[in-house]
Design a protein around this ligand. Structure first.
Ligand code: AMP
Length: 287
């Protein structure tokens, strides 16, 4: 059996845990999560474990990134189980602060990345990315990690965090890890637990439609027309609502211009009952 994982609750104890590593000039990786771990999270942890001397996983269900009508209260929480999984994966410390430690009384600072966060998720989840970038900036300064691991599953988040790290000269390398999918292609997500068996079948259409439209755009089809056709295909497949389907520049997330010669990314968000699913795939122009 793996040794139990130390769970740290205060910034002071986190500093005490990581100070000897820093003194030894060990490279430190951080893997931010909201818990309810699945194989997508584990891909991040394993990449960090392979690349860093020490790994801190974080577990914080961040109220600041949930809107008032979102699923904060029902978000799955199972810290003890998550800690066992992370211990088996060789993580060194679990940083799981209470909300009052992260946001003490009087907390008043927001880290806002403009541009990248304006559209797509930003349009449909006002305030979401401010919550993300503020807490991620704090996680970076708290852990003083050399490398931080994020999933491509949350592609706009990954690009916003990259932008923030560059703009604020944060001494951390942002590493993106490809999306882990179930058989059938559904991207693993803690929110998949909300889906009924019937909804799970419909959910498979999200990745199928995105891969198909990305392939057509890569072959020269019009990105705007394909995105519109993708929206209709999602509704026809049984999704209750489609927040967006878009093909964008993979770095800046502005609308995709095939002639620019940059890689693109096709992204979508759609709803099944009360569950909101997101996914994205690369668009690599041929020839
Ligand atoms: P979350 O706990 O949902 O906030 O996710 C924590 C991290 O895991 C984020 O960087 C996510 O992008 C990443 N992640 C979530 N699902 C997947 C997946 N299916 N494949 C790869 N990374 C993922």
């Amino acid at each position: 059996m793996a040794d139990p994982l130390p769970i740290v609750r205060t910034v002071k104890d986190l500093r005490a845990a990581t100070l000897p590593w820093r003194r030894a000039e060990a490279t430190v990786g951080v893997v931010p999560t909201m818990g309810a771990l699945h194989d997508g999270h584990l891909a991040l942890v394993r990449t960090a474990r392979a690349e860093c001397d020490r790994v801190v996983a974080t577990l914080f269900v961040n109220p600041a990134q949930f809107g008032p009508d979102e699923d904060l209260s029902r978000y799955p929480r199972r810290e003890a189980e998550d800690a066992k999984i992370l211990a088996r994966e060789g993580v060194d410390v679990l940083w799981a602060p209470p909300v009052e430690e992260m946001y003490p009384p009087g907390f008043a600072t927001v880290v806002h990345v403009s541009g990248i966060t304006d559209r797509l998720e930003g349009e449909h989840r006002p305030g979401h990315f401010d919550g993300v970038t503020t807490v991620v900036a704090k996680l970076f300064t708290q852990t003083q990690a050399d490398r931080a691991y994020f999933g491509e599953k949350d592609y706009q988040q990954l690009q916003a965090v990259r932008r923030m790290a560059v703009d604020l000269d944060l001494p951390v390398e942002i590493v993106g890890v490809p999306t882990v999918r179930e058989q059938g292609g559904l991207a693993l997500s803690s929110r998949n637990e909300y889906l009924s068996a019937e909804q799970r079948e419909i959910a498979l259409a999200l990745n199928r439609i995105l891969f198909a439209l990305a392939d057509r755009v890569a072959g020269g089809a019009d990105p705007v027309a394909e995105a519109e056709a993708g929206r209709e295909a999602l509704l026809a497949a049984g999704f209750d609502a489609v927040d967006y389907v878009a093909v964008v520049d993979a770095e800046t997330l502005v609308p995709f211009e095939p002639a620019a010669g940059h890689p693109g990314r096709a992204l979508a968000a759609a709803r099944l009952g009360g569950t909101r699913l997101i996914d994205n795939v690369p668009v690599a122009p041929r020839g």
